[in-house]
Structure formats: structure tokens, C-alpha cells
Design a protein around this ligand. Structure first.
Ligand code: ADP
Ligand code: MG
Length: 326
């Protein structure tokens, strides 16, 4: 009999996903019916899960290493937005077929990021079907220190890390909806395919920021989630939105910064007297952090330009999987 060309389910798990954990808190990892983990004393667990579906969250032909990276990155980003320190992840993989080269590259992208943050893969599930990846991530937060969407107060300043619009521009370029220099297009694509979860920045926000969210669906839409949860409104200066040189070169740079998704930057609010400590922390991380507006009592999102004039744009709704998005 010939060697099978494709691994079976259990070989597949052993070959690509079972690795010795460097973490002492993993009592029992991959291989049994459930993982057994030790939560440190005086820590609470923050738990999140996100699914990436081929054709919805990434084109099926995307580099599998980038898919592995992104599937984990979007979950670490959610933990960061809570001020949680990532610890453990579980991976549920649905594959049309177990393709060794695809799996090897996927695992490489996944574990490179996991190792960077000292995160252990402790379990998962593997099934056959249309390509879809679900990652569940757990992290630690000291009691009462989690940063929620609901804590923004009137008078708080609104900040965002990094730059906005890069990933959205990369997607438009990839889909042939924009023309860019090849090197610029590739740089934007890298932001789309391999987002950097702002894990350390999230720890800086802990106990300091009044509210936070990660920018996955577009700044305006994600800010609206914070406003609704907090029962407040905001005034945003669209000319203050931080953009890369490539996005700045687009005629609609401000719309891109407002509405493009997939940047995975952190948006947060902070009382004026606490902003200094956060900015010092971001400086230490050499992470750009920009004040883009303030929280007001009047509900809703008001956009102004640098001159204080209203800025009118139809593009700020945010992505909704169950609505028509254009
Ligand atoms: P069960 O039948 O009890 O659900 P499975 O056969 O699905 O167990 O999985 C066997 C072991 O391998 C379990 O410990 C499970 O957590 C782990 N596992 C399955 N798929 C993956 C994966 N894609 N990545 C990591 N661990 C996985
Ligand atoms: Mg199972």
C-alpha cells in the first residue's frame, strides 16, 4: 500500500498543532477531552472567540501563513482591548481537505505570533467543510481592571493607536478597486494580512483608560459601539485622524480613516488627568497614539474638520454581517 498523501485528523493534530507548552500553567494541553489550566491567584479570566471565514474575512487564496497569523491576531486584539494579558488559545479548524503544505504554513504563521506573546495552544477541534478558522483566546486581568466599552465619560479625550485606513486600502488595492505603487500596495496588504495586535498597549490602558475597543470594523462604527454602551456622544476631528503617508496620498484619506476595517488599532477614552500616564506608556512602546476627539453628553457622533466645520460623509456605518454593506 502507498503512503497516504494526506494526514488523518489525529496525525494532522499531532503533526501541526501539538507542541510542548512553555507555560507552567498548562497542566494538560492538546490530547485529552479538555485542557486543564491554572488561573493565577488574584486574576480574572477574559475570554473571547472570533471566526474567520474564507471569502468573507479573507480571500480563499490568501497566504496560509497570513491566515494563521490573522486568526490569532484578531483574538489577541480583542484581549488587548480589554486590558487582558493573553495566555491560552484553542483553535477550531474546518478544512475542505488536509493539505500538508497549507497546514504547515498556517501553523507557522499561527505559532510565530503565539510565541511572540508567550501564548499556548491548548486544544481545539478539526472538521471537514468550507475553510473556516475559529480561535478562542483567554487572558488574565486583575479584578476590576478590565477596560470596557461602557466606561466613557463626558469630558474624556478619545485616542487611537497607530494609523487608520491602511488595511482597507490594501484590500481595495488587492481587489483592483484602487491603483497604488506596487511597494505601497504591498505595505498596505501587509497591514491587512498580518495585523499587529496591540497587546502591550492594552496593558498600558489597564486601570487607566475609561473605555476601549479594537478597531476591526472601521473607526466610526466601532466608536459608536463605545458611545452606545457608555450612553454618551462624541465630537471627532477628522483632520486629526492618524494616517500613513500612503493613505494620506488618497483623495478620500479621511473617509478611509473613518470607515475602513481590519486595522486592529486600539481606540480608547481617558479622563484628562490620566492621559499623561497612558501617553508615557505608549511612548515607551514607541507606538503612535493620537488624540482625535472628545466625549460629549449629546448622543451620537459629530464629525468636524480642523476648522471646526461639520464634516459630512455617508461612509461611517461600520461593517455588519447581516446588513447590506457596500
Ligand atoms: P474530542 O473528540 O474529545 O472533541 P478531538 O478528537 O476533537 O477530541 O481532539 C483531540 C484532541 O486534539 C483534543 O485535546 C483537542 O483539544 C485537540 N485538537 C483537535 N483539533 C485541534 C486543533 N486544530 N488545534 C489544536 N488542538 C486540537
Ligand atoms: Mg472534537
Amino acid at each position: 500500500m502507498q503512503e497516504p498523501l494526506v494526514p488523518g485528523e489525529f496525525d494532522l493534530i499531532d503533526l501541526y498543532f501539538r507542541r510542548r507548552s512553555a507555560r507552567g500553567d498548562v497542566i494538560l494541553g492538546i490530547g485529552d477531552d479538555a485542557a486543564v489550566l491554572t488561573v493565577p491567584a488574584a486574576r480574572q479570566l477574559a475570554v473571547t472567540v472570533d471566526t474567520l471565514v474564507a471569502g468573507v474575512h479573507f480571500p480563499a487564496a490568501t497566504d496560509p501563513a497570513a491566515i494563521g497569523h490573522k486568526a490569532l491576531a484578531v483574538n489577541l486584539s480583542d484581549l488587548a482591548a480589554m486590558g487582558a494579558e493573553p495566555a491560552w488559545v484553542a483553535l477550531s479548524l474546518t478544512l475542505p481537505q488536509p493539505e500538508p503544505r497549507w497546514l504547515e504554513a498556517f501553523a507557522e504563521g499561527f505559532f510565530a505570533l503565539a510565541e511572540q506573546y508567550g501564548v499556548s495552544l491548548v486544544g481545539g477541534d478539526t472538521t471537514r467543510g468550507p475553510l473556516s478558522i475559529t480561535v478562542q483566546a483567554s487572558g488574565f486581568v486583575p479584578p476590576g481592571m478590565d477596560v470596557r466599552r461602557s466606561g466613557a465619560h463626558v469630558g474624556d479625550a478619545i485616542y487611537v493607536t497607530g494609523t487608520l485606513g491602511d488595511a482597507g486600502l490594501g484590500l481595495a488595492w488587492q481587489q483592483g478597486r484602487r491603483t497604488l505603487e506596487a511597494s505601497d500596495g504591498a505595505a498596505m496588504r501587509a497591514r491587512l494580512d498580518c495585523p499587529t495586535p496591540r497587546v502591550e498597549a492594552g496593558l498600558v490602558l489597564r486601570g487607566r483608560a475609561s473605555a476601549a475597543i479594537d478597531v476591526s470594523d472601521g473607526l466610526a462604527g466601532d466608536l459608536r459601539h463605545v458611545l452606545r454602551a457608555s450612553g454618551v456622544g462624541a465630537v471627532l476631528d477628522v483632520d486629526a485622524l492618524p494616517v500613513s503617508a500612503v493613505v494620506a496620498g488618497q483623495a478620500d484619506a479621511r473617509e478611509l480613516a473613518l470607515s475602513a476595517g481590519d486595522d486592529y488599532e486600539l481606540l480608547f477614552t481617558v479622563a484628562p488627568d490620566r492621559a499623561g500616564a497612558i501617553l508615557a506608556g505608549m511612548d515607551e512602546l514607541a507606538l503612535r497614539c493620537t488624540c482625535i476627539g472628545r466625549i460629549v453628553s449629546e448622543p451620537g457622533l459629530q464629525l468636524t474638520d480642523a476648522a471646526g466645520q461639520p464634516f459630512v460623509t455617508p461612509v461611517t456605518a461600520g461593517y455588519d454581517h447581516f446588513r447590506e454593506n457596500d
